[in-house]
Design a protein around this ligand. Structure first.
Ligand code: SF4
Length: 447
């Protein structure tokens, strides 16, 4: 049960020394009770108090890693219900479901698709993170063989062993234990056997029950059996149910500090209709799922889900920006065109991508506008003729090229006259309004 601020206060040094950043020990205790700060911020707290307050100071949603290596999936550790309150920390993992009853070739093909699913968007690497291996064959030896095969074909993917048969599950866990798989399948009926396997091989365990009451009872039982790293499956399948269950779980964990539901969530959204499946997956990503399991990973679906996930897990308080400098694209020469834009990441990656697509070697001057897009930066007075001319002069680019032509974004055509006044001897050319017109524009200039 969570402690109140006043109860926590009794265990603190009560010196009001302010080392924790709070004006008094009571203020710190109140913040700790609301999970807004960690106990470790008070350097003078006694060992005895640390032990007593351990539960109160533990993260409301347990955090651990699924898988191993650089691409291990961090789960849990979230502290807010709404992204705008702070940020969401650990992006939801996407997984594909593979049945062990498929042929070896089919299993290998699907696992290889996962291994090759990585793309880069706005400077971040995005991928399908995991494979859920479903025990559909009813044959323990076949399941173990399939587990080894996916581990071999997708060496960086996290593995979920979807098997409620304890004997078959144990053989497969043993086969890929080094990859720290998630054992999916503790139910009220097999809880003891599954807890034993999870403890023996030090792997996380998923608690599966129908509804939140049964789920809470099950996680309490599993914790009592000594398993700490748990994932929750409330049995929600329909999008409406996913929203309801996941929201209640997150609220209970954060608002009420209800420990039995303070774990990451997994949702299976398998559907015959791929569009409906993508929609259900988007709902699960938006509403607190830590792992979403899909039936297939077509590229269009991946792109849509990667984008939803990336948008949700971007810190809303920190504009995504790139470094201010002159970027060289496709090995430009002194005659190559010089374009300018702002340092908002999305703007940079879209513009540089289109310049690359044009195959015209170019120079792209990216100016620090505190991560704002072109029009916003202009409206905010950060992308003005005076500031652009100062940046161009200070960049030293004039001494590195054989012309004096600067191409500005079409959206700020209004700056061209003022810029010609400020940048003496320069020709200011107005480029396209939309980035997708850049290849045609550059090609026509080069011809
Ligand atoms: S650092 Fe500890 S002792 Fe000092 S004010 Fe904060 S809670 Fe109190």
């Amino acid at each position: 049960m969570a402690l109140t601020g006043v109860q926590i206060f009794k265990f603190l040094p009560k010196t009001n020394c302010k080392k924790c950043g709070f004006p008094t020990c009571l203020a710190f205790a109140m913040a700790l009770a609301q999970n807004k700060v960690e106990l470790s911020k008070c350097p003078d707290v006694s060992e005895e108090a640390k032990k007593t307050l351990g539960e109160a100071s533990a993260p409301p949603i347990r955090m651990f890693e699924l898988g191993t290596g650089a691409k291990a999936v961090k789960m849990g550790g979230e502290t807010v219900l709404f992204r705008h309150d702070k940020k969401f920390f650990n992006p939801c993992a996407l997984a594909i479901n593979i049945k062990d009853s498929l042929s070896d070739d089919e299993i290998a093909k699907k696992a290889t698709e996962v291994a090759n699913s990585e793309i880069e968007r706005v400077g971040q690497k995005l991928r399908v993170d995991a494979i859920s291996l479903e025990y559909a064959s009813g044959n323990s030896a076949q399941y173990e063989k399939a587990a080894r095969l996916i581990a071999e074909k997708a060496p960086d993917a996290a593995i979920i062993l979807n098997c409620k048969d304890a004997a078959a599950a144990e053989a497969a866990v043993k086969a890929v234990a080094a990859r720290k798989p998630l054992l999916y399948g503790a139910t009220p009926e097999n809880a003891e056997a599954m807890a034993n396997i999870a403890k023996t091989h030090a792997v996380p365990l998923c608690a599966c029950a129908q509804g939140l009451e049964a789920l809470s009872a099950l996680t309490e039982k599993l914790q009592g059996l000594g398993v700490s790293d748990l994932v929750l499956d409330s049995g929600a399948k329909a999008a409406k149910e996913i929203i309801e269950h996941n929201t209640q779980i997150r609220r209970s964990a954060l608002r009420k500090n209800f420990k039995p539901l303070g774990f990451p969530i997994i949702n299976f959204v398998l559907r015959d209709d791929p569009v409906y499946e993508a929609t259900a997956a988007s709902v699960a990503i938006a509403k607190y799922s830590s792992i979403v399991v899909l039936s297939s990973i077509e590229k269009w679906k991946n792109l849509a889900l990667f984008t939803v996930r990336q948008n949700l897990y971007t810190d809303p308080q920190v504009p995504m920006q790139v470094e201010q400098k002159i970027y060289k694209i496709s090995e430009p020469s002194a005659n190559s065109p010089l374009m300018i834009t702002t340092n908002f990441s999305l703007t940079y990656f879209i513009v540089s991508g289109e310049v690359e697509n044009s195959k015209v070697p170019s120079l792209l001057a990216v100016m620090d506008c505190e991560g704002l897009s072109v029009l916003t930066a202009w409206a905010a007075g950060k992308f003005t003729a005076a500031k652009i001319s100062q940046f161009i002069k200070e960049s030293g680019i004039e001494g590195q090229i054989s012309h004096k032509e600067l191409i500005i974004p079409g959206q700020v055509a209004i700056l061209s006259g003022a810029l010609e006044d400020k940048l003496e001897g320069w020709k200011i050319t107005v480029g396209p309004r939309e980035a997708n017109a850049i290849p045609t524009f550059l090609k026509s200039k080069a011809s």
